[in-house]
Design a protein around this ligand. Structure first.
Ligand code: VGL
Ligand code: ZN
Length: 244
């Protein structure tokens, strides 16, 4: 995605964290933990791998393509082999979804508007139900997943988190599914680190699951302030950073 930073600073979703200064992201982003998946004895019935939104529109060439978004697929497929429980999420919007900038008059892409449930970033149209952009990337192994959670399919509500829509009252059903399965630890990878991965990790931690984000199997959109806000939230909610 091509972003004009100066233009988007004033539109940051994270308006309370407008301390953006050029160059701060790469150093923040590089501050991964030394924790390795191989130290954590993963793969029991109480561990789940949650793979967020590995769809064509979030990969290079897609309408909301994340830089190098496709480069993490190799690691994601390797990681899947270590888990017995795998859940995929799929952003799944109607073609007139209210988060699309095309549904609003005189609004810029990546600006934000007030929705009944709070601030909402306006995105280019993406992941429209039944289109190629909404399909999983062809290199992603989708055979291992036992559950696919679709989100964002209600016209008036966006959904970043795999657990709750952005109104924070409409559940996706994932929490109940994980509880019924006896899941205790949730490992999260996919796209994008600073939006759907971050919101999913926060809701996972709030739900009481031990939550890990696999840093070398995720990539950020990187709007001004978004990575910094993500890591601040990871500290606040005791979300662990881990590497393959
Ligand atoms: C996402 C923006 C809009 C994501 C989904 O998967 O991070 N970002 N819809
Ligand atoms: Zn979306």
């Amino acid at each position: 995605m091509v972003l004009n930073r100066r233009k988007f600073i004033k539109y940051s979703l994270f308006s309370s964290l407008l301390t953006y200064s050029a160059g701060s992201f790469s150093s923040l982003y590089a501050s991964n933990s030394n924790l390795s998946l191989s130290d954590l004895n993963i793969g029991s019935a109480s561990d789940i791998l949650l793979i967020i939104d590995m769809q064509n529109d979030f990969c290079p060439g897609g309408s909301l393509g994340v830089k190098d978004g496709d480069k993490i697929i190799k690691n994601i497929n390797l990681i899947q082999n270590k888990f017995n429980n795998v859940v995929l999420t799929q952003d799944w919007h109607p073609k007139d979804h209210s988060s699309f900038v095309t549904e609003h008059v005189n609004k810029d892409v990546f600006s934000s508007i007030d929705m009944p449930y709070g601030k909402q970033t306006l995105w280019p149209a993406h992941c429209v139900q039944g289109t190629e952009g909404a399909d999983f990337h062809k290199d992603l192994n989708t055979l291992k997943a036992n559950t696919i959670i679709r989100k964002g399919f209600r016209k008036g509500i966006d959904s970043y988190s795999a657990f709750w829509e952005n109104d924070k009252v409409t559940p996706t059903g994932l929490e109940g599914t994980l509880r019924a399965m006896g899941v205790k630890r949730v490992f999260i990878c996919g796209l994008a680190l600073d939006f759907c991965v971050a919101y999913s990790a926060i809701d996972s931690a709030i739900a009481g699951f031990d939550t890990y984000v696999i840093m070398n199997a995720t990539k950020p959109v990187d709007l001004p302030g978004s990575i910094e806000a993500t890591f601040t939230a990871f500290n606040k909610y005791n979300i662990n950073k881990v590497n393959l």
